[in-house]
Design a protein around this ligand. Structure first.
Ligand code: NCD
Ligand code: ZN
Length: 348
């Protein structure tokens, strides 16, 4: 049994830093272990142009407490982007790519795209510039069951996008189903991020006795045992198409667990790599953690692998219930439960 592991410093390819005091509080939890993060652009005013992206990137870097921490920003794609600015920003690496939020699929997606066919010109630009299309892959329609949204998105949209833009690099974000894993595995130029919570929870942890546990509620919702197993296999067993993306998405704690205050999103960045290490250990796959956390991602994005190392020691720790600072109070994912790894140090 291993008591210590040393891995190339990880990156988080999907995280939400928000803005204002929340950003101030949460950024350091990501920069404590990661060298780079993809900072999702669904802020309350979404990041849709080069100036907003530069400002956001600088703000995150300033709050990270690290000199070499880097936020990579995808453009929040809308029906009415300034195309010249978008092309300029991609060309100058201000945007790492574009993030597609189908309209009203998740938190702050009300500016998202209604008719995906209408932004095919944007996909063409991304493809030409060899930049990535990051996708929230869910179709939110009243006739589609919440557990089937990923499948329907794949069948009705993604399949067609893949066929129409063969060279376009796509990341299916927070893959949540066996069906999604299978699509990523069997198609070209497509990868997937996998969160810790989709490998730890099933729908019974969210929906019980007609009540919703708001702290386990996220988009895409967690699904069945079969899906969880498929995600664990994809992450842990050396498939180079899957990499680390926590989708850590902080929300203020709300007192009343009413539906109208229910916000999708789970906050895990305060214990992210520790949770992943515990999962890989359970699967007897610790030797594959580094590929998932630190190698597959940069390879897919055509970036260098980090040159520092992170050391994790075997040590039990109970996750505290909240992350609290100033006016901010966030429920931690895995609160009051035991994780078995602790970050020891970063090493050159
Ligand atoms: C995210 C958020 O709160 O911004 N919520 C979530 O449930 N995952 C948005 C997202 O990535 O879907
Ligand atoms: Zn997200």
């Amino acid at each position: 049994m291993k008591n210590s592991i040393k891995i190339i410093q990880p990156d988080d390819w999907h995280v939400h830093f928000r803005e204002g005091e929340m950003l101030n509080v949460v950024t350091k939890y990501s920069s404590r272990v990661n060298r780079r993060c993809i900072a999702m652009p669904n802020t309350s005013t979404p990041i849709t142009n080069s100036i907003e992206a530069i400002n956001y990137k600088n703000l995150i870097q300033k709050n990270s407490g690290k000199n070499n921490f880097e936020a990579l920003i995808p453009c929040y794609l809308t029906d009415n982007l300034d195309i010249d600015d978008f092309e300029y920003a991609l060309h100058n690496n201000i945007f790492i790519g574009g993030k597609l939020y189908p309209n009203n699929a998740t938190t702050n997606s009300q500016y998202g795209v209604n008719d995906i066919k209408k932004i095919y010109n944007i996909f063409e630009i991304l493809e030409k510039q060899n930049k990535t299309l990051l996708i929230h892959g869910e179709l939110n329609r009243s006739d589609i069951d919440i557990f089937d949204r990923e499948k329907y998105f794949i069948d009705e949209e993604l399949y067609q996008i893949r066929k129409s833009f063969k060279d376009l690099k796509i990341v299916l974000e927070h893959v949540s189903s066996d069906y999604g894993v299978d699509f990523v595995k069997t198609n070209i130029n497509i990868a997937g991020t996998i969160t810790p919570h989709h490998m730890l929870l099933t729908k019974e942890d969210v929906f019980k006795d007609e009540e919703i546990n708001p702290h386990h509620y996220c988009m895409p919702v967690v699904k069945n045992e079969k899906d969880l197993t498929s995600l664990r296999n994809a992450a842990c067993f050396n498939n180079s198409k899957f990499f680390l993306g926590t989708d850590s998405a902080p929300h203020h704690v709300v007192d009343k667990k009413q539906n109208d205050s229910l916000k999708a999103g789970i906050f895990s960045s305060s214990n992210s790599i520790e949770l992943y290490a515990s999962i890989f250990e359970e699967e007897n796959a610790l030797e594959n953690l580094e590929k998932f956390s630190s190698i597959n991602g940069p390879k897919f994005y055509n970036l260098d692998v980090n040159d520092q190392y992170l050391i994790l020691d075997k040590e039990d720790k109970i996750v505290p219930e909240y992350t609290e600072e100033g006016n901010i109070k966030i429920k931690n994912f895995y609160a009051n439960k035991k994780i078995h790894w602790k970050v020891a140090q970063l090493e050159v």
